[in-house]
Ligand binder design. Structure first.
Ligand code: KIV
Length: 269
């Protein structure tokens, strides 16, 4: 079983690869490729559940998807992304919710969209044996405050990110996602902390990179500017479904190989 220490040992030695997955089939494909970390992101809200943002994702939805991904993945570290308001309001409830992902669903760690309010919680979770990944910069659960624009473009906000990165490291966070911040800031955060930084829209100097699965394979209808599409799965799915419809409409499907007959039923009527 992978541990957060294995991941930490990679920092600065070889790039860490992290990708989202939301179901067992996808997780098994992604896991077979040798990706280091599978994040069951609350990006499932937009990516696969049809919402406009991540806010409506529930704890039960996350739990169900984390269980599926953990069953599909053998080697990657599985990280459960804690949904909006499933943490932060009440410490005991936050701990129970995070613990559920490990205890009942098979996750190896949790991720919290972070800020000053998650420092103490990160320390409590870590003390209790729940490895916690921090997430700074653009935190989509705060979309109503920040939008989806670049974050920390000014000195004050940039300094706050460096401070929060250090505070979360001191609190025990095992890794840090940096989203949509200037590359030179991400490079300085990576220098400032010993835990691995994993960037998304944060340049090439982080210890690793993360993207959303549906963006990477070309399944999303639209992607953020920092994502890259490495395939055209949407096109391939549409082609396969078109072929299926044509085959049914033309009578080519089902063929004899897809059907069976029983002689004694020939003269029923
Ligand atoms: O929800 C998610 O997929 C994420 C990553 C984009 C970091 O938080």
């Amino acid at each position: 079983m992978p541990t957060v220490r294995d991941l930490q040992a990679m920092a600065g030695e070889e790039p860490i690869t992290m990708l989202t997955a939301y179901d067992a089939v996808t997780a098994s494909i992604v896991d077979d490729t040798g990706v280091d970390v599978i994040l069951v992101g609350d990006s499932m809200g937009n990516a696969v559940l049809g919402h406009d943002d991540t806010l409506p994702v529930t704890l039960d939805e996350m739990a169900s998807r984390v269980g599926a991904v953990a069953r599909g993945a053998d080697d990657a570290l599985v990280v459960a992304d804690m949904p909006f308001l499933s943490f932060g309001a009440d410490e005991s409830e936050s701990i129970q919710n995070c613990g559920r992902m490990l205890k009942e669903e098979g996750a190896n760690a949790v991720k919290l969209e972070s800020g000053p309010h998650t420092v103490e919680l990160t320390e409590r979770l870590t003390d209790l044996g729940i490895p916690t990944m921090a997430h700074l910069g653009l935190t989509p659960q705060s979309v109503n405050q920040t939008g989806y624009t670049r974050q920390a473009t000014g000195r004050e906000e940039a300094e706050e990110i460096v401070d929060l990165a250090r505070e979360h490291e001191d609190a025990g966070a095992f890794a840090l996602v940096l989203e949509h911040i200037p590359a030179n800031l991400a490079a300085q955060v990576t220098e400032a902390v010993d835990i691995p930084t994993i960037g998304i829209g944060a340049g090439g100097d982080c210890d690793g990179q993360v993207l959303v699965f549906t963006d990477v394979v070309g399944l999303s209808e639209s992607s953020p500017p920092f994502a890259e599409q490495f395939g055209d799965v949407r096109g391939e799915v549409a082609d396969a479904v078109d072929e299926y419809i044509d085959a049914v409409e033309s009578g080519e499907f089902p063929g004899e190989s897809h059907s069976h007959t029983e002689e004694e039923l020939d003269d029923l009527y």
